[in-house]
Ligand binder design. Sequence first.
Ligand SMILES: [Zn+2]
Length: 260
Amino acid sequence: MRLYDCHAHLADPRLADTLEDHLAAAAAAGVAGILATAARLGEWDRIEALSQRPGLHGALGLHPFFIDQATPEIDLAGDLQRRLAANPRLVAVGEVGLDFYHGRDNAERQRAVLAAQLTVARALDRPVVVHNRRSWNEFFGLLREMGIASLRGLCHCFNGSREVARQVLDLGLMVSFCGPLTYPRSTHVRAAAAYVPLDRILTETDCPDLPPEPCRGGLSLPWHVRYVVEALAAIKGLTPTAVAEQVEANYHDVLGLPRP
Ligand SMILES: [Zn+2]
């Protein structure tokens, strides 16, 4: 069974000293592909370097929590576009999105930074890794304003309603699930996973955050993605192998990689 983690913060400082061990453990557990995803600008160089390794690809972007890093002195969109265009293993833009968990004081700024990064993704025809929290209506509204009726990419750590899932699927996005799918209380996440067709589902860890139920209390790590596959198998009434095979196809399709 080959496994795929489509959202791992491999450049996170909490993994810096132990990353080689975690990548070896992932390979031993059958993890065949990891999308190393950026949150802060300071991670871009590290992700670019990691993306050159077999089985790893990279996503560059600025997470809504860190938009203060996009100061007037830097050319966020230009730098993003140049790096992606120069490196075919940097396959996606992300993670990007709108997060109003801590309020909407900087909502306009979040929208502007997201719009700039979406424009780069569209210009280069790269998929986007979307992070939205308490912001789905504003996200869909921004896409309408930008004239975007379809979008390639994935909604990471999905925990929206069925209605949100329907709109996401209508746009053409895939839906990715991580550790919370395995939590006893996450009935709404499992309901969304039951609703989304398997050929639109991806698996991830969001490592080092959000470990699955059997690993709670520690860091989330790429090999933990097997617990997400097992949870999906239980929800869909399939074997883990059947789920993993479809996720393998989805992972390659969404990132524009040839299927193995
Ligand atoms: Zn993330």
